[in-house]
Write a new protein. Structure first.
Length: 432
C-alpha cells in the first residue's frame, strides 16, 4: 500500500491500480508505469504531478476551496422527543435529553419545520423528513400526525418525500408496522450485538437488558416490510468489537441492511475506541467485507451497508469537501424548533444556525461551511482519502480530533481492492 496526497497505489487479484484523489478515479497500471509512479512518489508531489501529466491523467481540481452558498435544505431530522427510556453509556444526547430537561416537540414546531422543508423545494424534487430523539416513539402521536401532514403538503406541491425514523425498538407495536409500511418509512433499529453483548450497552433506565424485547417488537416489521425498509445499526465500542456474528445474525433475521458505527466520541471515555480497538475493528470490518464478497460472487444478497455504501461511492467516483450534508442540505431540529447543523449538535449553541420560525442565519451558515471544508482541516490536506472521507464526522472531530484516520484509510484501501475484484467478476452488480 503506497500513497501520498494525490494518489494511492494498490493491488487486487487483477493487478496493480492507481487511485487518483482528484475526482476519485481508478486506473489499471502496467508494471512499467507502476514502477515509474513508485519512484515519483518517493520524490514528492511535483514528480507525481509530472508523471500524471505525461500519461494524460492530470485534470483541473474537482474540488476547490469555495464553500457552497445557501445550498437548499432537503432533509430535516426532528428531535420529536428529547427523552429516552434507555441508559446507554455512550449516548451523545445524554440519555436523549441533550443536557437539559426531558421534553416533547409540539405540533406547532413540527408543522413549522415541515412547511419550511417542503415550501423551499421545487416540484419534482425530493426531500426527507426523519424522526429522532431520544426515543422518538415516546411521542408517537406527533410522529403520525406530522407524517400525514407532510405527505399531504408534499403531494399538493408535487414534491416527493421520504420518511425515516431511528428507534431503540423497545416501544414498537404492530400498529407502528402498519403505519410505517403505509408511508414507506426507512426504519433504523439500534442493536449493539447479539444478546448479552447488546444488553451491556443498551439497558433500560431502571436496569435490565433490552435485546429480547427489541427482537420480539421488531419481528412484525421485518415480516411486513415491502414499502418500508428495516435496518439494524450496531454502535461499536471497546465492549463489542466482534462484528461478524452480529452481522450474520441480523441479516438472518431479515433486516434490509446492517451497518456498524464506531464510537469515537462519547461522554465517558471507556466507550471510546482507542488505537488498539480500531486495529481490531478494521480486521473485523474486513472480515465482514470478505464475507460480502463471497456472497455476492455466489449470487446471494448480503446487505452489509458499510460495504455497499463504500462500493457505491467508489463506483460513482464520489468526491466531496464534507463528510455529510450537515449545515448544508441537512439540519437537526430541536424540540423547541432550533435548527442545528445536525441531530448530534442539538442544544449546542455554537452549532445553532437558525430556527424553524424565522429560518437560517446566512452568515453563521456560511461561516460553518467555510470552516468545516476539508481543505481547511488538518491533516486532511495530505491524505489521499480526503474526498471519500470528507474530513470525518464534524461532531466527533470537534469533540475528540481524528483518532481513526488509519482505520478509515485501511477500510477504504480494502474497499478499493474489493471494488476492482467484484467489478471484474460481476460487473452487472454496478450497472443497476
Amino acid at each position: 500500500m503506497t500513497d501520498n496526497s494525490s494518489v494511492h497505489r494498490f493491488e487486487s487479484e487483477h493487478g496493480l491500480h492507481l487511485f487518483l484523489t482528484n475526482g476519485s478515479r481508478i486506473y489499471d497500471l502496467a508494471p512499467q508505469i507502476a514502477e515509474e509512479i513508485e519512484i515519483a512518489m518517493a520524490d514528492g508531489e511535483a514528480a507525481v504531478s509530472a508523471i500524471l501529466a505525461r500519461y494524460g491523467l492530470s485534470s483541473p481540481p474537482y474540488i476547490d476551496d469555495a464553500a457552497p452558498v445557501d445550498p437548499p435544505v432537503r432533509a430535516l431530522s426532528l428531535a420529536i422527543a428529547q427523552k429516552c427510556n434507555l441508559a446507554c453509556g455512550y449516548c451523545y444526547a445524554a440519555s436523549g435529553e441533550f443536557g437539559g430537561l426531558p421534553k416533547n416537540m409540539s405540533w406547532e414546531v413540527a408543522c413549522a419545520a415541515i412547511q419550511r422543508l417542503i415550501e423551499d423545494a421545487q416540484p419534482g424534487e425530493r426531500v426527507n423528513l426523519a424522526f429522532l430523539g431520544g426515543e422518538p416513539l415516546i411521542n408517537r402521536e406527533l410522529i403520525q400526525r406530522a407524517t400525514v401532514f407532510a405527505a399531504q403538503e408534499a403531494a399538493l406541491r408535487r414534491v416527493s418525500i421520504g420518511f425515516s425514523i431511528t428507534t431503540n425498538g423497545t416501544l414498537l407495536t404492530p400498529g407502528d408496522a402498519a403505519f410505517f409500511e403505509e408511508h414507506g418509512f426507512a426504519i433504523t433499529v439500534s442493536l449493539d450485538g447479539v444478546g448479552e453483548s447488546h444488553d451491556r450497552l443498551r439497558p433500560f433506565r431502571g436496569g435490565g437488558g433490552t435485546y429480547e424485547r427489541i427482537i420480539s417488537r421488531v419481528a412484525p416489521l421485518l415480516a411486513r416490510q415491502k414499502r418500508m425498509q428495516v435496518s439494524a445499526r450496531v454502535t461499536v465500542t471497546p465492549l463489542n468489537v466482534g462484528l461478524v456474528q452480529a452481522l450474520d445474525r441480523f441479516i438472518g433475521l431479515g433486516f434490509h441492511s446492517v451497518g456498524f458505527a464506531p464510537v469515537l466520541s462519547a461522554p465517558r471515555s471507556q466507550f471510546e475506541l482507542q488505537a488498539s480497538d480500531l486495529e481490531i475493528l478494521l480486521e473485523e470490518m474486513i472480515g465482514c467485507g470478505r464475507k460480502f464478497e463471497q456472497e455476492m460472487l455466489a449470487g446471494r444478497r448480503y446487505p452489509f451497508s458499510n460495504m455497499t455504501e463504500a462500493l457505491r461511492q467508489i463506483h460513482r467516483g464520489t468526491h466531496r469537501p464534507y463528510p455529510c450534508g450537515a449545515g448544508a442540505g441537512y439540519f437537526g431540529v430541536s424540540a423547541d424548533g432550533g435548527m442545528y447543523v445536525c441531530h448530534r449538535f442539538v442544544e449546542n449553541a455554537v452549532a445553532k444556525l437558525g430556527d424553524v420560525s424565522v429560518g437560517l442565519d446566512r452568515e453563521k451558515r456560511r461561516n460553518w461551511l467555510t470552516d468545516r471544508h476539508v481543505h481547511r482541516q488538518q491533516p486532511c490536506s495530505q491524505c489521499w482519502a480526503r474526498y471519500l472521507c470528507g474530513g470525518g464526522c464534524h461532531h466527533e472531530v470537534i469533540h475528540r480530533g481524528r483518532p481513526a484516520c488509519e482505520f478509515i484509510r485501511g477500510w477504504l484501501h480494502y474497499c478499493l481492492t474489493a471494488y476492482v475484484n467484484l467489478s471484474e467478476q460481476r460487473p452487472e452488480l454496478f450497472s443497476k
